[in-house]
Design a protein around this ligand. Sequence first.
Ligand SMILES: Nc1nc2c(ncn2[C@@H]2O[C@H](COP(=O)(O)OP(=O)(O)OP(=O)(O)O)[C@@H](O)[C@H]2O)c(=O)[nH]1
Ligand SMILES: [Mg+2]
Length: 440
Amino acid sequence: MHTRDTITALSTPAGPGARAIVRISGPAAAAVLAPLFAAPQPLVAGQRALLSGHLRLPDLAPIPADVYFWAAPHSYTGQDLAEIHLLSSPPLVELLVAQLLQAGCRAAGPGEFTLRAFLAGKLDLTRAEAVHAVIESSSRDELKQALKQLAGGMTRPLQELRDDLLNLLADVEAGLDFADEDIRFIQPEEMLKRISKALAQVTLLGKQLEQRGLADRVFRVVLTGRPNAGKSSLFNALAGTDALVSPQPGTTRDYLVQRLHLGETPIELIDTPGWQAELGTIETQAQTLAREQVEQADLLLLCLEAGCPLAPEEEAMCHRPHPPVVAIATKCDLKTPHSGLLATSAVTGSGLDSLRSLLAEHAHHHQQPALAPSLSRCRHHVESCLEQLRRAHGIVLFEEPPELLALELRGALEQLGEMVGTVYTDDLLDRIFSRFCIGK
Ligand SMILES: Nc1nc2c(ncn2[C@@H]2O[C@H](COP(=O)(O)OP(=O)(O)OP(=O)(O)O)[C@@H](O)[C@H]2O)c(=O)[nH]1
Ligand SMILES: [Mg+2]
């Protein structure tokens, strides 16, 4: 893992926007940027500055830009860090980054800025993960939770807990040195009280992690079927939206996504265009997108219009091995539904409550492929920590040798240490940070 070279990357989303931010971090940040940037005051390594000036790029008129410069160690990454804020134009940004690479920067890998921040002791792992969650959060609630965590929601209690346990361990170990003289630095009742407190705190932490795990889990239900089958009408009835509905086949062009909260697991309901022979570019694209949604679904809700015999492609869809398919009959206020299918009507609302329960049930039983690796790693440490604290409690209770108590406490501390990332391995870091976007 190299951190001594100077890295650069675009850190705002690629594509046109209001402004782009290109970051440079490393000892040569000022040196590589200075020749490209003209401002009333010069850019000086080691001096914090906000400079308004112009970028000088080959074959282009001067481009107005602002440069923020933070000197090591008082920056996000702990290194000299420059941020170039400029108009967001993809070719312009590309040219700037190319110039920086030519001047000696290396293109930053995913999460590399955050990794440097972590290695400089600016972030612990739980916070680095929160940065990741902020970048990835898809809903306002998730964003709020991620920001709370970033603000130390998780870090501070962990830190306090570690301090408490360290103090306890220090008392126990002090006692070991004077074991022969039978001097006690701490009474058993006091030890039990402090271990119980730690147990309660770690249990709470485990619960918080559990909630994070649930927040991360979304169950994707995709409405699919022939054109005019009533998918959008059902989508509207379930999600309270007003997506376009018409007797014309091929009404829905783009897929639509809406969150439903029917049980503890959030559900994403996705409306897709009906299956159609591809006619023009837009239709082809719409069908491709729809197929992608179908592939990524956790559950397919196949809409079959009541009174219509099953078409071959509907038959085939019923027998798809993956993802699971639930066929339902639509427009049941008009015709008699196929036997054995849940009968629904978007117009009268009949069958919708049963459909909601069915979706909630499926979402509940859905096994997530795996929790985010970092999350399950954290959970593992929480569980080991709890186990060792319980054993420590037992040792005090049954007056077993204090050496054993010290051993268990040290083990519990190690587990906590793993969690806050004070004990880490390159492999672990790589795994976590490679999940970031480039430029973060
Ligand atoms: N009576 C009745 N009409 C319905 C019902 N559901 C849908 N319709 C009508 O059926 C037609 C097609 O409905 P849509 O919801 O647009 O169908 P769709 O599957 O989304 O169609 P595409 O987007 O073209 O694939 C519209 O005229 C709806 O008003 C229902 O439950 N009862
Ligand atoms: Mg539709």
